[in-house]
Design a protein around this ligand. Structure first.
Ligand code: SAM
Length: 245
């Protein structure tokens, strides 16, 4: 049995008892997950922190960001990172976050407990972040229904709405990162992103569970809301995005 830096042993089993087999398997996977243990050790609210940190290490999307919007933020590990990189404080808020679930307060993060699909959400987020954001993050995943295709379509819809929001609000040169699913990003959405950003790639970070179909869509270098992007759209549709590990 391997010991982790927090002193917890990996390879632990949960005793057969009252738990259903599927719940026991989930619990075993959770307590034996090195990223869960690392998140505890480093003070992050979720293992998801390492997906963002890993993507940032390779693609440098957070460096120099002054304002960040975090969509689907609870329990808050991406917001913790966003507050740190923007040096956001309660007196000078530079991070706005939204989730329909409750989230415990993070200093320097203005949190909206609201559905991002609510028509008032975009304006409220912009008022909360206090200026033009350099980065829009979305880790939103629709609540699972047990019907894979429905879950897939709902999460892809969230990704799409987030992408259109990003091109409405981002600063020139800004970046958009969103959760998507393997093989799932719609052709029209990719074309729109390629028209508006200098680089569009799919990423599967090592910290994203290998058995999960989750991937991330990264659109880097927003070209801005000036006229003239239209004629590039025809060419943008031709090439599939590069996939990065
Ligand atoms: C994977 S979790 C996010 C984890 C987060 N990035 C972190 O680091 O702690 C996905 C979140 O998206 C939220 N979500 C899903 N659909 C949403 C919507 N329509 N509006 C707001 N939040 C949503 C869920 O409630 C959930 O908390």
């Amino acid at each position: 049995m391997t010991k982790t830096p927090v002193g917890r042993k990996l390879g632990q089993r949960v005793k057969k008892g009252k738990l259903k087999a599927s719940s026991r398997r989930w619990l075993e996977r959770h307590i034996n997950d090195p990223y869960v243990q690392r998140a505890k050790l480093e003070g992050y609210r979720a293992r998801a922190a390492f997906k963002l940190l890993e993507i940032d290490e390779k693609h440098q999307i957070l460096k120099g960001a002054r304002r960040i919007i975090d969509l689907g933020a609870a329990p808050g590990s991406w917001s913790q990172i966003a507050a740190k990189v923007t040096s956001s404080t309660e007196d000078d808020i530079r991070v706005a976050a939204i989730d329909f679930l409750e989230m415990a307060q993070i200093p320097g993060v203005k949190f909206l407990e609201l559905d991002f699909l609510d028509p008032t959400a975009p304006d409220k987020l912009m008022a909360a972040v206090g200026g033009t954001p350099d980065v829009v993050l979305s880790d939103m995943a629709a609540p699972t229904t047990g019907h894979k295709k429905t879950d897939h379509i709902r999460t892809m819809h969230l990704c799409e709405v987030a992408a259109y929001f990003a091109v409405e609000v981002l600063a020139e040169g800004g970046h958009f990162l969103a959760k998507t699913f393997q093989g799932g990003t719609e052709h029209d959405l990719l074309a729109m992103l390629k028209q508006n950003f200098r680089q569009v790639i799919h990423i599967k970070p090592a910290s994203s569970r290998q058995e999960s179909v989750e991937m991330f869509l990264l659109a880097k270098g927003f070209k801005g809301r000036k006229a003239g992007n239209d004629d590039e759209a025809d060419h943008a549709e031709d090439d599939a995005p590069e996939v990065s590990g």
